[in-house]
Design a protein around this ligand. Structure first.
Ligand SMILES: [Zn+2]
Length: 745
């Protein structure tokens, strides 16, 4: 379905007859007719969402769904007062929030005790001493309490254990009103703005008699297929792929901007209720949650712990066929009355336990080791493998991190499933990687698998070890070894040829143009490779001399793309200082350090002039980072490149320091609203500069608003400003105000 492809809820533009008829019908509606139609459309669309996302049994095709959705959207555009709180159009990301307020759980969110083996599970049910007497486990507690008889079998529910972010949703009188993370179990963070956009979080419960307050617990996670697809797109765009679906889901939900959450393939899967829903069994609770509109897990009812163990083994065999990652199984006593008898111990319920699957291990032959040269010249060995599936993904290569790991640190295994071999004193036997080796791979949580070691095979005798080359595999320059006296295993092997080395030049250009650096849209990997191959760009500053005539003839370019790229390059000339610093690619200077440097020194020249003492005085900069910065700023090649960038029009703007005197607070007391996309700064940056100059940034436009700063794709706020006669500025207007050069009327 079109409303299911990453950009959840955003319909494709519909330009044909059916769409025109919908538009005409809406245009002809008066408010009463529109209200009546909304009352039909909202429940209808919510029902189709439920059928599609929760039950997987859609009744209509994408196209029909999109037309209904579009009709609702058009009505809401014409009559904004008809936009209901449960409208599915609200799933499109809204305004960013300023921070994540605390979110209190009225009923604490607990964690579960863990089991790692079948015996742990058996002990959970009952522990007996040598003479067979019952000593512990939940059976003993229930017997002692008189809740079960000697012959009773305890019934359990086994569900997949989801590897996601624990979330609580709050419904008041049937309407979704809030969502919070688990946090410490009592207080988490309010993430209503992002969770609201998830396509399978129902805005309204499917019931005519909702409880006054219902809290539903579950996990937010990525659909694995969508996650891998998102990574493919990121790599194509020259961005770093995400390593791990769980952390990425958590990061997306905890963002201030709901946009990414609304576009990414995130799911909420319900597994329990906090308040407002008590049923005789856990299975009935899951069924009820599903009937109320929530996606729930499949589950299996098991009589006794041996059935549980068998069910967990069956689930384990097909865990990689599930559309999302699971890391185990959750076992719960089904009967709610028995749960109450068992109660809680410290922070965990006694009536549930989480079984964790061991990480997946496989073995596969090593084809070769290639030495890859990174942006800073560090040479890393990468193992090329005969493709193999592990943990649900196909693996073709895996990094070996460094020389030490490759030449000394491989553990020897008797088989892919076994534990490493041990010597007489119990120590693990280690070896270096040799030609013809078969490696043991493990994948646990991360998408990128780890090479644990090699199989102990007789063929290893006399096989050649893999060693680092002496010369750079890309440019042929002699490689440097940097020993670290404190940690001898951390030898860094580096090609010192810098931009003269094509691998480093390409990686540097990619970093320079990256979204968080100079943000040059359209300058992707393939284009960079062409520019470098043809000698058109030999250093980042050369980008600023490219013109349409040079670019247009390149593969997959043409006049229009070339003109767009030249415009994007031009826009990047005015990036804030911290982004320019990050773009320069100073070793060890990431985004956070770049921000600290910019804030502390205020200008590029001050940073270039800073000595060690001045650098160490900056919070967060230690001796190692300071040394790297000084190496960079004392290298004439870097200074020459900075001069070239400046000559090409890159501004490296000074940071406006928070004014100490009133005279500098040019925006004192003025109220601003920001809307749309500004050409050269993000809304956060614009807001920071307004606040630094004494102004205030608020969310909605009113008569008290002094200025609305409108960028590209500004929406209803711009219309409201026009209606109220509020002064509207573009980015240049804002910059002029900040510099005090605009006449304040
Ligand atoms: Zn090189």
């Amino acid at each position: 379905m079109a409303h299911d492809e990453g950009d959840a809820g955003i319909p494709t533009p519909l330009g044909d007859d059916a769409a025109r008829r919908v538009a005409a019908r809406v245009a002809a509606m008066d408010e009463a007719a529109a209200a009546a139609r909304v009352a039909e459309l909202v429940p209808e669309l919510l029902r189709h969402n439920y059928l599609y996302h929760v039950l997987g049994t859609p009744e209509i095709d994408d196209r029909s769904y999109d037309l209904l959705y579009r009709e609702l959207e058009l009505i809401e555009e014409r009559f904004p007062s008809l936009r209901r709180p449960d409208s599915p159009t609200r799933k499109v990301g809204g305004e960013p929030v300023d921070f994540l307020p605390p979110f209190e759980h009225r009923v604490p969110m607990l964690s579960l005790a863990n089991a790692f083996s079948a015996d742990d599970l058996r002990d959970f049910e009952e522990r007996r001493d040598d003479s067979g007497r019952l000593r512990g486990g939940i059976r003993k507690l229930l017997l002692d309490a008189g809740a079960i008889g000697e012959d009773d079998v305890i019934t359990y529910v086994v569900e997949p254990k989801l590897d996601g972010l624990a979330i609580e949703l709050v419904y008041e009188h049937g309407l979704f009103v809030a969502a919070g993370t688990r946090g410490d179990g009592r207080v988490g963070e309010d993430v209503t703005h992002t969770v609201r956009t998830l396509r399978n979080v129902p805005p309204r419960l499917f019931t005519d008699a909702p409880p006054p307050r219902l809290t539903v617990r579950g996990e937010v996670l990525f659909e694995l297929e969508g996650f891998l697809e998102m990574n493919r797109r990121r790599e194509e765009a020259g961005e770093k792929p995400y390593e791990n679906p769980r952390n990425t889901a958590a990061g997306t939900i905890r963002q201030l901007d709901p946009g990414p959450a609304s576009r990414r393939p995130l799911l909420f899967i319900a597994h329990s209720a906090g308040e407002g829903l008590v049923l005789p069994t856990h299975a009935a609770l899951l069924d009820r949650l599903r009937a109320l509109g929530f996606q729930t897990n499949e589950y299996e009812l098991c009589a006794g712990i041996e059935e549980v163990i068998a069910a967990i083994a069956r689930l384990g065999e097909r865990r990689h066929d599930l559309p999302y990652e699971i890391d185990g199984a959750v076992v719960k006593v089904n009967d709610t009355a028995l749960q109450e008898v068992l109660g809680f111990v410290t922070r965990s319920p006694r009536w549930a336990i989480a079984y964790k699957y061991p990480p997946d291990r496989v073995s596969t032959p090593l084809e070769s080791v290639v030495f890859s040269v990174g942006r800073t010249g560090v040479v890393t060995p990468v193992a090329q493998l005969v493709p193999v599936r592990v943990g649900g993904v196909t693996v073709r290569n895996a990094t070996l991190h460094n020389e030490h790991q490759m030449s000394r640190e491989m553990r020897l295994f008797p088989s892919a499933q076994g534990e490493p071999l041990r010597g007489a004193d119990g120590e693990e036997i280690k070896t270096g990687l040799r030609h013809g080796d078969v490696v043991v791979l493990q994948r646990a949580g991360d998408v990128i698998p780890q090479i644990l070691g090699v199989l102990d095979r007789p063929e290893r005798q006399g096989a050649r070890p893999w060693v680092y080359p002496e010369d750079c595999p890309v440019c042929g320059h002699r490689l440097d070894r940097e020993e670290n006296p404190k940690e001898p295993e951390k030898v860094t092997i580096r090609c010192p040829n810098r931009l003269g080395c094509r691998a480093q030049l390409q990686a540097s250009l990619k970093h320079f143009a990256g979204r968080r650096a100079m943000d040059i849209e359209g300058l992707g990997d393939k284009l960079i490779a062409q520019l470098v191959e043809r000698g058109l760009v030999t250093r980042p500053s050369d980008l600023y001399h490219l013109d349409v005539a040079t670019l247009a003839p390149l593969e997959r370019m043409g006049e229009k793309s070339a003109a767009n790229l030249v415009a994007a390059i031009d826009r990047s000339r005015r990036r804030p200082l911290e982004r320019c610093l990050f773009a320069l690619g100073i070793p060890q200077v990431g985004e956070a350090t770049a921000r600290d440097l910019a804030a502390a020194f205020g200008s590029l020249d001050a940073i270039l002039a800073a000595d060690e003492a001045a650098l160490l005085a900056v919070d967060g900069i230690g001796p190692d980072v300071a040394r790297r910065i000084l190496e960079f700023t004392s290298d004439p090649r870097n200074l020459e490149e900075i001069a070239r960038l400046r000559a090409a029009g890159v501004v490296f703007p000074d940071v406006e320091k928070p004014a100490q005197d009133d005279a500098a607070k040019v925006l004192d007391g003025k109220t601003f609203v920001l809307t749309g996309t500004l050409p050269s700064m993000t809304r956060d940056e614009a807001a920071a500069r307004i606040v630094a100059a004494g102004g205030k940034v608020v969310k909605s436009v009113s008569r008290r608003t002094d200025y609305v700063v409108a960028g590209d794709k500004a929406g209803s706020k711009l219309a409201k400003a026009q209606e109220l006669g509020v002064t509207i500025l573009d980015e240049d207007g804002l910059l002029a105000l900040l510099q005090g050069t605009r006449d304040e009327s």
